[in-house]
Design a binder for this molecule. Structure first.
Ligand code: CP
Length: 309
């Protein structure tokens, strides 16, 4: 399978065998001796263009790149760039097309990554575009699920929290719909339900899904409980945010009758939706999940630039 020069914009552009191939390559890179992988990006420059805050996506790409012998350019603060003087996104992208071999971009506008891919001829990796998609998060989520459950097919998975504005759950639900015998449970307040364009896709693909409001209605049924933060920054009306913030807090007393193999995942950052007392239980997987971002992003950068095939 040849990924050289490809864009990673949306999981909806991917086939299951392409996702599985990236997961296999992620495992391959994770198990590669450190010295052997230290040249996979030698001579390559990755542009990291972050128009929105990020800890994990930005710095796991940076770490992934440095550990493979590549270099990083770009910005995290647009006020230090000529965007501040009125330069357009198009012209900015044309500059980084000259300066780099791959662009990783996070932007607040939905569709911005697709737009970027139409502006330049080097690969664009979508690091999150508004409330739309976060495909590299989904790849690391699938890698994590496969690692902690041994498989993806046949699992029951709860997605909880802000299902309206949360791009991670949009991408993940779409990607899981490519797997067999998946059952999905969507837990959210009425105002933050999974959007129709996702539930329509699930219906088209004959995926079993159930919508509910309470953690305890489903937590004992699932293999993966994927919690998310209420995305305060995306609410047009802050009084609506005030009504739902803090609505779900996963605590130890929710875990009394859960399946032995349950893993709790979260794309992070968390605010208060997973109590710290859960961190030391065998169910907590969110920090390992974040760590899995390194091999997955290393595999992507290497595949797009030809370091691995
Ligand atoms: N999961 C995730 O996207 O985290 P950051 O916002 O810190 O990149």
């Amino acid at each position: 399978m040849n990924f050289i020069g490809k864009d990673i914009i949306s999981v909806n552009d991917m086939l299951r065998n392409e996702i599985d191939f990236i997961l296999e390559k992620s495992e391959f890179i994770e198990n590669m001796p450190v010295l052997e992988k230290s040249n996979l990006l030698k001579g390559k420059i990755i542009a990291s263009l972050f128009f929105e805050p990020s800890t994990r996506t930005k710095d796991s790409f940076t770490t992934a790149c440095y550990r493979l012998g590549g270099s990083i350019t770009g910005f995290t603060d647009t006020s230090s760039t000529s965007l501040k003087k009125g330069e357009t996104l198009f012209d900015t992208l044309k500059m980084y097309e000259i300066y780099s071999d791959v662009i990783v971009m996070r932007h607040n506008i939905e569709g911005s990554a697709r737009f970027a891919s139409e502006c330049v001829d080097i690969p664009i990796i979508n690091g999150g575009d508004g409330a739309n998609q976060h495909p590299t998060q989904t790849l690391l989520d699938l890698y994590s699920i496969k690692k902690n459950q041994g498989k993806i097919d046949g699992l029951s998975i709860a997605l909880a929290g802000d299902l309206k504005y949360g791009r991670t759950v949009h991408s993940l639900a779409c990607a899981l719909s490519l797997y067999k015998d998946i059952t999905l449970y969507f837990i959210s307040p009425e105002s933050l339900k999974m959007p129709d364009f996702i539930t329509e896709l699930l219906k088209e693909r004959n995926i079993n899904f159930f919508e509910c409001n309470e953690i305890n209605d489903v937590i004992d049924k699932v293999d993966i409980f994927y919690m998310t933060r209420i995305q305060g920054e995306r609410f047009p009306d802050k009084t609506e945010y005030e009504k739902v913030k803090g609505i779900y807090i996963l605590e130890k007393n929710n875990l009394i009758n859960v399946k032995e193999n349950l893993k709790i995942m979260h794309p992070l950052p968390r605010i208060d939706e997973i109590s710290k007392e859960i961190d030391n239980t065998p169910y907590a997987y969110y920090f390992e999940q974040a760590a899995n971002g390194i091999p997955v992003r290393q595999a992507l950068l290497s595949l797009l630039t030809g370091g691995i095939k």
